[in-house]
Design a binder for this molecule. Structure first.
Ligand SMILES: *[C@@H]1O[C@H](CO)[C@@H](O)[C@H](O)[C@H]1NC(C)=O
Ligand SMILES: *[C@@H]1O[C@H](CO)[C@@H](O)[C@H](O)[C@H]1NC(C)=O
Length: 167
């Protein structure tokens, strides 16, 4: 075997592996780290029976979020929260809530908006959008956060949030 033949062979073998490395399935899934857990008290004002299902008209009267180590992270500022999701006739719930929180660490505020999809009274997974000027929490502005919010028929809703870890 000549040296140049071996080189061509090596290049061809390398090419065989290249498309594999670039295949979409080869990219690892994002890793989620626990961020907050807590509860929201939702006061349903009315359900509007509209063209795409029951449109929720609700107030979020209060809420608390804890850090994974159990210390208080933030409280919902009373009077700032609304829920206006859809209770679809087929049992799908399209969650849509927004509220302001005040962080315990530095008393600064954040706007929080959650858009999700799930099953009525069971669970909803959604995207949690956060905007804050807190120097402690401003990394949340640029991270993808997943929320798992469950609105039971009775009692406060349960909220867990997870942050996509840096690669
Ligand atoms: C708990 O976690 C928060 C957020 O990461 C951190 O700021 C705080 O120092 C921790 N407190 C204790 C007692 O570990
Ligand atoms: C979401 O939270 C509920 C409890 O509120 C839990 O039963 C469910 O397993 C969680 N869903 C996911 C996908 O982690």
């Amino acid at each position: 075997m000549s040296f140049s033949f071996i080189l061509v062979l090596v290049a061809q073998v390398a090419c065989l592996f290249l498309p594999v490395a670039a295949a979409p399935g080869a990219v690892p899934a994002p890793t989620l780290d626990p961020l907050f857990s807590g509860s929201l008290t939702v006061d349903l004002v009315t359900l509007i029976d509209g063209p795409i299902g029951g449109r929720v008209s609700a107030k979020i009267t209060d809420g608390v979020l804890f850090n994974p180590n159990g210390t208080l992270a933030a409280t919902v500022v009373p009077g700032t929260g609304i829920g206006n999701g859809i209770l679809a006739d087929d049992g799908i719930f399209l969650a849509s809530i927004m509220f302001t929180v005040q962080f315990a660490a530095d008393n600064t505020y954040a706007y929080v908006a959650v858009q999700g999809v799930g099953k009525q009274f069971v669970q909803d997974l959604g995207y949690v959008h956060i905007e804050t000027d807190s120097e402690v929490w401003d990394n949340l502005n640029s991270h993808f956060i997943v929320g798992n919010v469950t609105f039971p028929k009775v009692g406060p809703s349960i909220m867990n949030a997870y942050i996509v870890a840096d690669a």
